[in-house]
Design a protein around this ligand. Sequence first.
Ligand code: FE2
Length: 338
Amino acid sequence: MKKIALLLALAGCATALSAQEKVVNIYSSRHYQTDEALYSGFTKQTGIKINRIEAGEDALIERVRNEGARSPADVLITVDAGRLGRAEQLGLFQPVRSAMLESRIPASFREPSGQWFGFSMRARILAYNKDKVKPTELRSYEDLADSRWKDRICVRSSTNIYNLSLMGALIDRLGEAKAEQWARAVRANMARDPKGGDTDQLKAVAAGECDVAISNHYYYARLARSEKPDDKAVAGKLGVVFPSLAGKGTHVNISGAGVLKHAPHREAAIKFLEYLASDEAQRYFADGNNEWPVVPGARVTNPVLSALGEFQYDPINVAVLGRNQPVAQRIFDRVGWK
Ligand SMILES: [Fe+2]
């Protein structure tokens, strides 16, 4: 009896100590300099210091796994729901209930049991060469399968998480067989073998190497907002379409975060997630990295986002994208989309 009481007292001490520490340890794979405002904003508001380790997603996930119960990490931030889904399937997160997060973040942008939450939204758009393509020719992702796009499409590798998530959405909306037909047709329509990142596809369209590219919207926005004349010239040649998927709207993804299973500073971690859903942080996502806030009604003052205008997005729960990933990769492999 006594022993139990002592242990409990010790456990109480440890909790009190870590709470007093006023610190939160974040592993982040977001690679955007503009995120500094997010971190300093949080510390300013709460007095909680942030220790941050940045690395690639796979490396961070591996690190958390290896550290196990001794991991100092409280929060894992990644881009793309597919990646959060991987961490979730490995059992790295713990569920969080927060009235604030649940009321502010629409249900389709968070994992239903609270394992992770989306904080900013990115759309997988089509960018076309304005000299060669009319926007009315491209209303849907499905349109890209038409033989009229033969040798005209640029898109990055299928191992890329953005493409895996897009395929995850196609599988959900069209079924596996039709999704595979689509991938096979798009593969046949490519102007070149996949190489480079999304920005490279946009540059290839502007350079005339292909006529349409699949890209996340913020890579376009970054070029359009750039001070560099070369970047501006690339953006100036491009038109943007928000394609529909199965008539449901544009495929969107999130950048998000979850509290890790062995988080030593659980409360501070939840406070950090709640901060990311605050008006202030939501504005930073939009103004800094050109992503849309997930919180409805959050004000955006980013001129490029305003110019892109409103669009309808596919309201599928983004957790589905991660779950469909193994099937998505098998489809890409079968059709030879490297
Ligand atoms: Fe990205």
